[in-house]
Design a protein around this ligand. Sequence first.
Ligand code: ADP
Ligand code: MG
Length: 326
Amino acid sequence: MARGEFETIAALFKPLTRGNPAALGLRDDAARLRISARDELVVTADALVSGVHFLDRDPPGDIARKSLRTNLSDLAAKGAKPIGYFLSIARPRAWTDRRMTAFARGLSADGAEFGVPLLGGDSTSTPGPLTIAITALGTMRRGTMVLRSGARPGDDIWVSGSIGDGALGLLVATGKLRDIAVRHRAALLARYRVPEPKGRLGRALVGVAHAAMDISDGLVADLGHICTTSGVGANVEIDAVPFSVAAKLAIERHPELRKVAITGGDDYELLFAAPPSARAKVLKAARACGTSVARIGQFHAGASKVTVGDRQGGVLRLAHTGFTHF
Ligand code: ADP
Ligand code: MG
């Protein structure tokens, strides 16, 4: 059987870092490089493939925006300020000039919204699906990056925004969830197509959060990544996980979707650890950024595992914890 995504990275790619500390063992959202006595460069790369991260018939402008935003989300999780990005694109013949124009317009709108310039890239043709690879650069004060590895036993587990809209939006995109109102379907679809990177919150959490990452593969799986890199366990209370109005309605209709919501990908919310003594600071930071946050559980000193419990004291059985490519 083929190795899993993370086994491949650990077994085949990690040795290529040659132990360089900038790579953070290939176990974080980004790399960090010292650029001056004061500042660090934070670098992240994300590739998006048609049929995997978006659907070929999605609006080209939305595909472009999602590609940039997933990268900005990684910078957000580290607390870095974005300074620019590189775009590599493998374009199939079916991607006409018209679609490319709409693609560029989407990128332009987001470049303006987030204040990030395009700095370079590469363009090729491909016999395969549209593939977009973006590398985003950010800066921050040296030694302040919020790593995945800093969670401590007793820390609260926090998430921003609402969980599961992206995964439920993908169901909408593939013609499902027809039994919920059109406006709720539209809200979920929008979350799947154009995520909202939490840059301001991420920067406000520098010096407050012990650890952070963005949720791209699913809440439970990504929390598992914080657990393994931090050497802690985590208990999540499912009843404390924030769901949007649309997600709540979908879950009411189809209770099995609750598990989909906490294990599905494409949230691009922040998941972070902070000590109970910092609760007021976290809430203040969130309020100042206009982002909601919710405390969904606690880290503990046990094995690096995630358990999800409910109000009745039961433990949810999860067949899988998140999206994996292999
Ligand atoms: P994210 O979801 O935050 O983009 P991933 O979970 O996909 O990050 O990747 C985890 C870590 O593995 C990151 O540090 C990333 O840089 C690294 N990684 C993934 N694929 C590769 C690769 N092909 N070469 C080097 N590093 C990789
Ligand atoms: Mg990430």
